[in-house]
Design a protein around this ligand. Structure first.
Ligand SMILES: NC(=O)c1ccc[n+]([C@@H]2O[C@H](COP(=O)([O-])OP(=O)(O)OC[C@H]3O[C@@H](n4cnc5c(N)ncnc54)[C@H](OP(=O)(O)O)[C@@H]3O)[C@@H](O)[C@H]2O)c1
Length: 342
């Protein structure tokens, strides 16, 4: 055990990231210093925000430096510990990046109890995506019984949780997704009232029919034509938690065509709409409530989830492309080594 396979960022992609931007290299096995642990990666979490880290553009978090291992949250197992409170065999949530082994200090580490929940859920329904759904919907969306909630990327890691929490709050929930099987799953398994495929020619008409009383909350994950269609149906005093704009993450130039901004701002004013961009880490004060509520909903069988687990570190870049193209079915993970907790 002397080699640590790693995926590094060698070039900032323009458009869709390709394997050439993220080559695999054989690094040396790291060894922990005092206050650190050596962790074997079991699961890598693949998340849309990573596209932003592959860019030199300034954002709410720093870009990955060229030549560095691509960053990301991981679930793994401690191999060797020089950190009090951790021992070999412990399962941990951390920030190990796209590699087989990492050395980490206590800052980003959290121990996981495999008896409480499958360890993979620490980067899914019980982790950052689930928390994003909870904080954005409840704090900004402020759902009330009987209201209509629309969520885009409805079958994905965040969207599936948004819709289910909105159902628990007594709302009518309409999903928007990009494939018939995704729409079916969202209705059959998560209990959404309807789900519309934005790739259908009559998408706008279908969305209108699914929202006979207009839209009170739009949980925005994608942008593009879905956003434009929703804006035609929003009610007075609608709330729009602006969570993501995945349709635009690979854009290489500004959109062409007439300037939509004046009409958009007039609509916000006339309809007194609240639209608020948010990043989940600014809502850390809600984390305790999230853990309490989500754990009890899950124990009661009120929240379902779907994971899409791709096997092998060597398939990470292809899987990430799939996330940006809608190939994933649920929360996307890469399994790098055996999950011994199962
Ligand atoms: N603000 C925050 O703190 C925060 C935190 C986590 C995630 N997010 C954002 O939340 C959104 C969802 O993230 P996730 O982790 O749950 O990913 P996800 O939904 O599991 O996967 C991404 C999905 O986006 C959809 N998509 C891709 N390209 C699209 C396009 N051009 N138009 C419409 N839909 C498209 C695809 O589903 P379809 O087949 O339905 O197209 C794809 O499966 C992303 O925008 C992400 O950046 C924000």
């Amino acid at each position: 055990m002397t080699i640590n396979r790693q995926i590094i960022l060698s070039e900032y992609p323009k458009g869709m990231p390709q394997a050439g931007h993220l080559p695999m290299r054989e690094g040396e096995m790291p060894s922990p210093k005092d206050g650190q642990v050596l962790i074997k990666t079991i699961y890598l979490s693949l998340d849309p925000y990573m596209r932003g880290r592959m860019s030199p553009a300034k954002s709410y978090a720093a870009s990955v430096e060229l030549g560095d291992v691509m960053q990301g949250a991981t679930v793994g197992q401690v191999v060797e510990s020089r950190l009090d409170g951790y021992e070999a065999g412990d399962y941990v949530l951390g920030f190990g990046g796209w590699q087989e082994y990492s050395v980490q200090g206590k800052e980003m580490l959290r121990k996981l109890d495999a008896k409480q929940a499958p360890i993979s859920t620490a980067v899914g329904v019980l982790g950052m995506p689930g928390f994003t759904a909870y904080a954005g919907l409840l704090e900004i969306g402020q759902p009330k019984e009987g209201e209509t909630v629309v969520v885009s990327a409805a079958s994905g890691a965040v969207g599936q949780v948004v819709g289910q929490i909105a159902k628990l709050k007594g709302c009518r929930v309409v999903g928007v997704a990009g494939a018939p099987d995704k729409c079916q799953h969202v209705v059959d398994v998560y209990g959404f009232d309807a789900c519309v495929n934005y790739k259908d020619d009559d998408f706008e008409a279908q969305l209108k029919a699914a929202c006979p009383d207009g839209i009170d909350i739009y949980f925005e994950n994608v942008g593009g034509k879905v956003f434009d269609a929703v804006m035609k149906l929003v009610n007075d005093f609608a709330r729009i938690p602006l969570c993501g704009r995945i349709a635009h993450y690979n854009d290489t130039e500004a959109p062409q065509g007439p300037d939509q901004l004046p009409a958009f701002l007039t609509k916000l004013l006339v309809k007194r709409i609240l639209i608020k961009g948010f990043i989940q880490f600014d809502y850390a004060h809600l984390m305790k409530d999230f853990v309490r509520d989500m754990s009890s909903w899950m124990q009661a069988g009120k929240i379902q989830y779907q994971e899409d687990i791709v096997q092998g570190l060597e398939n990470t870049v292809d899987a990430f492309q799939g996330l940006l193209e809608g190939r994933n079915r649920g929360k996307l993970l890469v399994q790098v080594s055996e999950d011994t907790s199962r």
